[in-house]
Design a protein around this ligand. Structure first.
Ligand code: NAD
Length: 477
């Protein structure tokens, strides 16, 4: 299996450009491919194609659209090994995890395809001869921006929502991990999606967003990435009051109550913390553990994190690959140095492994003071903070003390504790006694600086349609 030939996909055709960027294997630091850089003319072509594609696709029956999305998903399932192989090469995550990600991407397509045919309107009772009917119509061409941490499932969420709902889309996928988006385009191309409905571009992110977002063609901006970039794109979108769907950073708290099964909570949390090398917006990071069980939790959690098999994602035994790119290494080391300076205890990890590949040790910091930078900023890596608390109320106050509110977790078997978390924890997704934050059929997204809107579920699909209320007075004869 080889790494795919990377091209732009515009108006139903593949193209290269004069300029390209390297795609680097984070295990070997060697180039595995080159991704073309879109020029202004390519972006203009994509905008024009998306307008034409929208005209065709929004007038295609929902059933026909759903059939095509499902057919493309079937192809991606057939190609799962090939896609997962490319993702492991460019991102470093273990092959089995890459394969699960491909399957998750397919599930997004399949659920959205099934649900989009149920985009029902409603009839509102009124005076005789007058009818009020609410229609949901596809919103228009979408500009979407997907990040490098999940090369398949992140673009899949956006393409699935747009294409199943009858929109066209220009996807700017991550230049560092382009293979998933490329394979999505390939599958839709192979099943005969009309030209212009799906366009995939790569290049200089700021150049692309500043060209696409202010365009009058674009009717929705969907972005997943950091809060800082999301804020910038939202400001650009506001020039035409273009709606935005923003899935931004998180800094997930985990509340461990004294009544819980501590071993199970600690082991499952350590496994989840190191998944995707912690580069997940829902990664469990700030652990607030009741003082009665603190020492036991810290011991089991630290040992399981330290035992994580770190290595090349192509090796079957590997549980955690390298960080996805070079800049995450100093970012992680910086968080550790700052926390230790502030008085935190380094329980395990804390540094780069070797000098080839962007490997970083699973890291546990205990008793981290509030003024350490990592207490407020998302580390986005295999780093966890474990602090003691004396009550559930204190844990909830700590959980809510950051500007983020994406995922949050709690471990308890007490109904009153669980109920208090449901009432008080500030998060778009709260998981109790599980570390699963969402499914294709559930809404996923944040509150506070973690963003705006939801992906997944009927709530997610709603972003890709606009509501039109039609008042119709009929002549009674
Ligand atoms: P970054 O802030 O430079 O970039 C984040 C993402 O935004 C990348 O995918 C990048 O290509 C894109 N981007 C950057 N500038 C852009 C622009 N002007 N227009 C359009 N897209 C733009 O940070 P980074 O070093 O790539 O990633 C580190 C941080 O990003 C992490 O700390 C994390 O908070 C965040 N992040 C979040 C997610 C997520 O799933 N929410 C995914 C990846 C990164």
């Amino acid at each position: 299996m080889s790494y795919p030939d990377l091209q732009l996909y515009i108006d139903g055709a593949w193209r290269t450009t004069g300029d390209s960027l390297p795609v680097v294997n984070p295990v070997t630091e060697e180039e595995v491919g080159r991704v073309p850089v879109a020029r202004t003319g390519d972006l203009d072509d994509a905008l024009a194609a998306a307008e034409r594609g929208f005209e065709v696709w929004s007038h295609t029956s929902p059933r026909e659209r759903a059939d095509m999305v499902r057919a493309a998903s079937d192809l991606m399932r057939q190609r799962q090994d090939e896609i997962a192989h490319a993702i492991t090469l460019e991102h470093g995550k273990p092959f089995q995890q890459a394969r699960l990600e491909v399957i998750r991407g397919c599930e997004f397509f399949e659920w959205d395809a099934g649900e989009a045919v149920r985009t029902y309107g409603r009839v509102i009772p009124s005076a005789p001869g007058v009818r009020y009917v609410v229609h949901h119509q596809p919103i228009g061409p979408v500009a979407a921006f997907s990040p490098w941490n999940f090369p398949m499932s992140q673009p899949a969420r956006k393409v699935a929502g747009a294409v199943a709902s009858g929109c066209s889309i220009i996807l700017k996928a991550a230049e560092e991990t382009p293979a998933g988006a490329l394979h999505i385009a390939k599958a839709f191309h192979d099943v005969g999606l009309p030209p212009g409905v799906l366009n995939v571009v790569f290049g200089v992110p700021a150049d692309i967003s500043s060209h696409l977002i202010p365009s009058q063609t674009v009717k929705l901006v969907a972005f997943t990435g950091s809060t800082a970039v999301g804020r910038h794109l939202t400001t650009m979108a506001s020039s035409h009051m273009t709606p935005v769907l923003m899935e931004l950073g998180g800094h997930a708290p985990v509340i461990v109550c004294e009544d819980t099964d501590v071993d199970e909570a600690a082991v499952s949390s350590a496994i989840r913390k190191t998944r995707n090398a912690g580069q997940v917006c829902t990664s469990p990071t700030r652990f607030f553990v009741h003082e009665q069980v603190y020492d036991h939790f810290l011991d089991v959690f630290t040992k399981r994190c330290a035992a994580t098999v770190v290595g090349d994602g192509m090796d079957e035994a590997t549980e955690m690959g390298p960080l996805a790119n070079e800049r995450r290494v100093p970012a992680l080391s910086g968080f550790v140095a700052d926390a230790v300076d502030a008085g935190a205890e380094l329980m395990t990890g804390g540094k780069r492994i070797g000098d080839t590949g962007f490997f970083f040790e699973p890291t546990v910091l205990a008793n981290v003071p509030d003024h350490a930078r990592v207490m407020q900023e998302e580390p986005f890596g295999p780093l966890a903070i474990v602090n003691p608390v004396s009550s559930l109320d204190e844990a909830i106050a700590c959980a809510n003390s950051v500007p983020y509110g994406l995922a949050a977790y709690g471990f308890t078997n007490r109904a009153d504790y669980a109920d208090r978390m449901v009432e008080k924890v500030e998060a778009g997704n709260l998981s109790i006694n599980t570390l699963e934050a969402s499914l294709p059929e559930t809404p996923f997204g944040g509150v506070k600086s973690s963003g705006y809107g939801r992906e997944g579920g009927t709530e997610g699909l709603n972003h890709y349609t606009v509501v039109k209320n039609v008042s119709h007075a009929m002549k009674i004869v």
